[in-house]
Every structure is written in C-alpha cells, then in structure tokens.
Design a binder for this molecule. Structure first.
Ligand code: PMP
Length: 302
C-alpha cells in the first residue's frame, strides 16, 4: 500500500513517526474518516461527502492549532490521488490524520509542527452484525470543554476505547455514552437516533459529540426524500429503553440497527420499519443509485 505523508506518496513501511513525537506521547492530533463505495459497475469508487469531511478536518485543525496542507480542494485531491495510487476498486476507508509531530518534551500546540498523513484500507463492514445489543457506558463522554469531542481528536479515542472494552467484556456489541449531565451523547464511534411514535429523534452536537456527517446526511434523506419527521433534542437515558426503534450511524457503522439497550429489547426485537427504509435508501445513495444525490459523491476514476 502507498501512504501520503508530508507532501509525498511513499510505501507504507517508509511512512513513520518518531517514538519521541508529541503526537504519540500526548495524543495530540485529529483525524477524519472517509468511505469509498464500489459502484454497481464494480470499477468506479464513490467517496461519500468528501467536501464535508475535508471541511470538518479543516475546522478541527483550527480548534487544535494544526495546519492543513492546502486548500480544501487540494486536500480532497490528495485523498482521491491516494486511492488512484493504490488502484482501489473495492469498498474502502480513508484516514486523513493531522498530528503535532515535533519531539520536544512539553505538550505545546504549534501549527508549524503539523504532519499531514493519509492512508487507506479495504473496509466492508465496521460492525459485523445486522442488529446489535448495546449498553449505557459507565464511562462518560469527554466534554467538548475538556478534549473537544467535536473535532475527532486522537486523544479522545482512549475514552471511546474504554467504553468499548467495558461493553465487550459485559457481552454487549457497543456502548452508548452519556454526557456528564446524564443525557445521551453518542456511541464510541457512532451517533444515536431513536424513533418514538413515528418521529426520528437525535441529540445535537452540543451533547459533547462529533459534528457528524452521516448523521447530518441521514436527517436530509429522512426529511427530504422519505418524508419522515425529525426532531433534534436532548435524549434521556431511559428514553432509549422505551424507544420503538433505535439505530447508530457513522462513516464506519453506516446505519446499524439496535436490538436492545441494557437488555431491554426494543420494539419486537427485529429491525424497525423506519430504520430499515432509511438504511436501504442511505446505501443506495452511497452506491450512486439515487440520481438527485449524486452530487454527494466524488468519483475516483471518472
Ligand atoms: N462519533 C464518533 C466519536 C466518531 O468517531 C464517529 C466516526 N467518525 C462518529 C460519531 C460518526 O461520525 P461521521 O458520520 O461523521 O463518520
């Protein structure tokens, strides 16, 4: 595989950072995650909402004193070129990464020490189940005021990993974080939607969660294409237990139906009708089958 690091495409083995790097020692950086979907012709690959992913990375960089390696358009072109150099004709995940890559001792944030890295890997499914059992984590989501959860900061994934480990150790597939105030925040790497009385509900990003691109896209698809009602508002813990349907979403997770929360089975325990419709439509959009949503896709090989 070929990886991009500081202006060059190099073989993976040559893309490395020092053990002394602040990025490694202090978790100082932020990243993105973009999916590419193989089209029905089995050759073309569509990047889903590349422009929004690059813009979010640029905004995260601004918060964390990191420097983007060019304009949003230039960064987008680097990510497309990465897939071309790797001759990608399959479902793929791209990881753009900005790190504070200097070797001094103190955890200082300094734009000049930014390294920009991008690599890719094949990715079919991130969560390997059709409907999952989740728990409410005993870990709380890091506050945007502490480690800015809005920005996908590398250091905050220790918080995600602790919640995921606890969930797995207790026999669940995924964890749901509450905020320090006890309201629903997000999963370890996914946003939360519930359905109550036919209405889709999801908490806003001010609930210490990432500024999510799949979430935003699903809201548009649900309201504009499927005519569903959507409300953005805080969600309490026990609302999860009494929801008619629930699903998690994200670049990796796509639309992942939830079967149970803390062993309370939702609905009749299957995939709810609204979740099923939205999931199907979303995947059709990603694979380029929905003409009026083609503008959300960047073809790699066109
Ligand atoms: N929350 C967290 C903590 C994540 O890491 C992710 C994955 N990027 C998401 C939510 C989903 O966000 P998006 O739809 O932008 O991928």
């Amino acid at each position: 595989m070929v990886t991009y690091i500081d202006g060059k495409f190099v073989p993976d083995e040559e893309a490395s950072v020092s053990v002394r790097s602040r990025a490694l020692n202090y978790g100082m950086g932020c990243f993105g995650g973009v999916r590419g979907y193989l089209a029905d012709d089995e050759r073309e690959v569509y990047l889903f909402r590349l422009d929004l992913h690059v813009r979010r990375l640029a905004r995260s960089a601004k918060v964390l004193y990191l420097r983007m390696p060019g304009t949003d358009e230039e960064v987008g072109r680097i990510l497309v070129e990465l897939l071309r150099r790797n001759d990608v004709h399959h479902d793929v995940y791209i990881r753009p990464l900005l790190i504070h890559n200097s070797n001094e001792l103190a955890p200082v944030l300094d734009e000049a020490s930014t390294s920009f890295i991008a690599y890719c890997m094949p990715l079919a499914r991130y969560i390997d189940k059709d409907a999952i059992d989740v728990c409410v984590s005993s870990w709380r989501r890091v506050r945007d005021n502490g480690i800015p959860s809005r920005t996908k900061p590398t250091g905050a994934y220790l918080n995600s990993a602790l919640a995921r480990r606890e969930a797995k150790d207790n026999g669940y597939d995924e964890a749901i974080f509450l905020t320090e105030d006890g309201l629903v925040s997000e999963g370890s790497a996914e946003h939360v939607f519930i359905v109550r009385d036919g209405v889709l509900v999801s908490p806003p990003s001010t609930m210490d969660n990432l500024d999510g691109i799949t979430r935003r896209s699903l809201i548009t698809l649900a309201t504009e294409d499927l005519g569903l009602s959507f409300v953005e508002r805080p969600i309490g813990r026990t609302e999860l237990y009494v929801a008619d349907e629930m699903f998690l979403c994200g670049t990796g997770a796509q639309v992942t139906p939830v079967r149970s929360v803390d062993r309370r089975v939702l609905g009749d325990g299957g995939v709810g009708p609204i979740t099923a419709r939205l999931k199907e439509h979303f995947l059709d959009v990603c694979r380029g089958r929905v003409e009026h949503r083609r503008s959300w896709l960047t073809p790699v090989w066109a």
